[in-house]
Design a protein around this ligand. Structure first.
Ligand code: HEC
Length: 172
């Protein structure tokens, strides 16, 4: 192939100098800018605040269980599927999955814990947290699953790991 003079000198082909091309380029850049705006990561703090507004204890009114052991068993299933990758097999945290994502995941089996009631724990799982905890109430799992996993963490996992000292009492 013969090289044209423009190619030899590293110049752009003639069509790039036409106004039509410049306009098309400007339009493409503008569209690109709009799309970039469209793909802004969602504001997590705002999402958490919205979930907090949607939260109500009433969500769990219709949730009933055949027995406490069924509830805990179901909660264990939810925990293994949804929570374990970040919070660890027995809630101890420090998983590779969390490390790889730079997430600071707390242990769920610290003796001193502010989620001592079932409802405060269900609410935390429902609303998530701006630091990387998923907002399960908005996109994810049903009130029934949230109830089960909160019950499991509070009344099975923590007492199992912490012994009698972690026993918070009977579920409400
Ligand atoms: C993608 C990782 C991830 C997953 C999955 C996850 N969490 Fe979390 N969790 C976090 C992070 C990070 C925090 C710390 C709060 C924050 O900054 O988001 C947290 C905080 C918590 C807390 C508050 C603990 C404390 O001591 O303050 C509870 C309770 C909790 N998670 C329960 C759960 C349960 C139950 C599940 C499963 C339904 C779950 N988490 C799934 C990342 C995760």
């Amino acid at each position: 192939m013969r090289l044209t003079k423009a190619m030899k000198h590293g110049r752009f082909p003639a069509f790039t100098k036409r106004p039509g091309f410049i306009m098309a380029l400007a339009a493409a850049v503008a569209v690109g800018a709009c799309e970039q705006k469209h793909f802004q990561p969602p504001n997590r703090a705002a999402q958490v605040a919205e979930a907090q507004m949607l939260y109500s204890q009433k969500l769990f009114d219709s949730v009933t269980w055949a027995s406490d052991s069924v509830r805990s068993f179901q909660g264990n299933e939810v925990y293994a599927e949804k929570c374990r990758r970040c919070h660890g097999t027995v809630g101890e945290a420090g998983t590779q999955y969390a490390k790889d994502r730079g997430l600071k995941v707390p242990s769920l089996v610290r003796p001193d814990w502010k989620y001592e009631s079932l409802d405060s724990l269900r609410k935390m799982v429902f609303t998530g947290h701006s630091g990387g905890m998923p907002i399960y109430g908005v996109a994810g799992i049903s009130p029934r699953e949230i109830d089960a996993v909160a019950y499991y963490v509070l009344y099975t996992l923590r007492p199992d790991v912490l012994g009698a000292a972690g026993e918070p009492g009977k579920a409400k």
